[in-house]
Design a protein. Structure first.
Length: 264
């Protein structure tokens, strides 16, 4: 791998998908995974409910074995979930009886988080719901010069190639912007600045943009408009899912972020 692609001279880095995570997570203090539609949004809803979440690469027979060995409930595919079952749809977390432990597979965000467990000292999940909470937690727990890698999960084309998903770019940019506002003080890579610029361009109309983007339209057409609505709950959560021993556990910042945002 070309060393220049690792963004090593910058304290705040940004890249895409698993290969990007492998490139920029080297030597950082914290890796932040962003998968707005829907892994990290669902993860934040689960963390709000006090559920421990185990990421896994994909939902197949090995995931069933993994959940059984971990004494956890396995989330089913969104398309086959019936009443009371939990899937990647965040609404199912709110409607089901909350388990203590949940294996939540996905081909993008969860797969990246599973890999980051062995690549970075600390990994957290961020979405629009908790971008400010994540930024505040990073600065409070790790300092204003913590080295941070932010990974936009993206989606996949049918052949498996990366499809950059604009909602993950916006989510990453929201975290970059919130880090600066929280007092993070270091060198920001051009890639991370680009993400912040993308968020600034849509922050006044992000709900409409989220519904109108390709991933948002896809979910709406498939019958999951509520997933897009939940993903739009900007700074509604003060919970930060932190990956420890391959389990995401929620840590609260103690701030009611949405109320504070409404007062600005």
């Amino acid at each position: 791998m070309n060393q220049e692609h690792r963004q090593l001279e910058y304290g705040l880095r940004f890249d895409w998908a698993l290969r990007g995570a492998e490139a920029i997570a080297v030597g950082v203090d914290i890796a932040v995974v962003v998968d707005v539609l829907s892994f990290t949004t669902t993860l934040s809803v689960a963390a709000d409910a006090g559920i421990d979440v185990l990421p896994f690469s994909w939902n197949n027979e090995s995931a069933l074995d993994y959940a059984r060995d971990a004494d956890a409930v396995l989330a089913v595919r969104r398309s086959v979930a019936t009443g009371g079952q939990i899937s990647l749809s965040p609404r199912t977390i709110r409607e089901a009886e909350a388990p203590n432990r949940l294996v939540l597979p996905s081909p993008n965000g969860s797969t990246i988080a599973f890999a980051l467990a062995s690549l970075a000292p600390t990994c957290v999940g961020a979405s629009l719901r908790n971008a400010t909470a994540v930024a505040d937690w990073i600065v409070h727990e790790h300092g204003s010069r913590a080295r941070v890698a932010i990974i936009a999960s993206g989606e996949k084309w049918p052949g498996g190639e990366l499809r950059p998903a604009v909602e993950d770019l916006w989510g990453a940019g929201a975290v970059v912007t919130a880090l600066t506002a929280a007092g993070w003080d270091g060198h920001v890579s051009p890639e991370a600045r680009m993400a912040a610029d993308a968020w600034a361009a849509v922050s006044d109309s992000y709900e409409d943009r989220l519904r109108a983007c390709a991933s948002g339209r896809e979910l709406i057409v498939l019958g999951f408009p509520h997933d897009v609505a939940i993903a739009s709950e900007l700074d509604d959560s003060d919970t930060v899912p932190v990956l420890e021993d391959r389990v995401f556990r929620g840590q609260r910042t103690g701030r009611r972020l949405n109320k504070l945002r409404a007062q600005r």
